[in-house]
Design a protein around this ligand. Structure first.
Ligand code: ADP
Ligand code: MG
Length: 227
């Protein structure tokens, strides 16, 4: 499903560059759930942006379902995200001028799907927000906004879910409910899940745990995480 080979990434800082990913290699099978953990600034978000084709590595290759991202035009990458990915950000990124229903309908409308409204309604029901359909993001709590964002990311049942600290802006209890929802949807849709987090409890719910350390990814395990 996902293959990374010798991926390097750096950012320009003043006159030089800082290397964030040194030599990242990774294989993820279809249907797996994988947590990437690491301290703030270790490159977790960078890795996710590369997987989404929203940024490009300095060197190395990234393949998603047999497609090499570096061979794709910007339009092709946008289509790939639309058709095959659901992306959940830490800070929700809902469109303020659209209702909860409007936000969830958007990816379906962009894809030209029929029954956008019915499907968006069903998805909001699955995340427990059918009674909030006509509310705008500012009228919703953080946990409710993240549930809308998850509904929006998954309404087109993408084969790949990318989530960047999806519980990072939520209190513990709400965060727990959001993780439950994410894993429930991952299980029922059979989607591959790549979850970036510094929350050890959340990471240990995944099939595999990887630690970003000094620019490379190393396989670890749930037991080592809590030690
Ligand atoms: N667009 C950018 N320009 C310059 N530096 C960046 C940029 N994005 C991230 N960085 C730097 O790269 C490092 C990794 O960032 P990030 O991937 O956001 O880490 P994490 O998500 O693990 O907290 C940090 O030192 C950050 O300051
Ligand atoms: Mg980050």
């Amino acid at each position: 499903m996902i293959g990374l080979r010798n991926v390097q990434m750096s950012y320009p800082v003043e006159q030089s560059r800082i290397t964030v990913l040194e030599d990242v290699n990774l294989d993820i099978s279809s249907g797996e759930s994988v947590a990437v953990i690491g301290p703030s600034g270790s490159g977790k978000t960078t890795l996710l942006l590369l997987l989404a084709g929203l940024d490009h590595p300095d060197a190395g290759s990234i393949e998603i379902q047999g497609t090499r991202l570096d061979t794709q035009s910007a339009d092709e990458l946008a289509n790939l995200r639309r058709d095959r990915m659901g992306i959940v950000f830490q800070s929700f990124h809902l469109i303020p001028s659209l209702t909860a229903l409007g936000n969830v309908m958007l990816p379906l409308e962009i894809a030209g799907a029929t029954n956008a409204e019915t499907n968006a309604h069903d998805m909001l029901e699955r995340v427990g927000l059918e009674h909030r359909e006509s509310h705008y993001p500012t009228q919703l709590s953080g946990g409710e906004q993240q549930r809308v964002a998850i509904a929006r990311a998954l309404v087109h049942t993408p084969p790949l879910i990318l989530a960047d600290e999806p519980t990072g802006n939520l209190d513990k209890e709400t965060g727990r409910a959001i993780s439950d929802l994410l894993f429930e949807l991952h299980d029922s849709l059979g989607s591959t899940l790549v979850l970036v987090t510094h929350d050890v409890a959340l990471a240990s719910r995944c099939d595999r745990q990887l630690r970003l350390d000094g620019g490379s990814l190393v396989e670890t395990n749930a037991h080592a995480l809590s030690a």
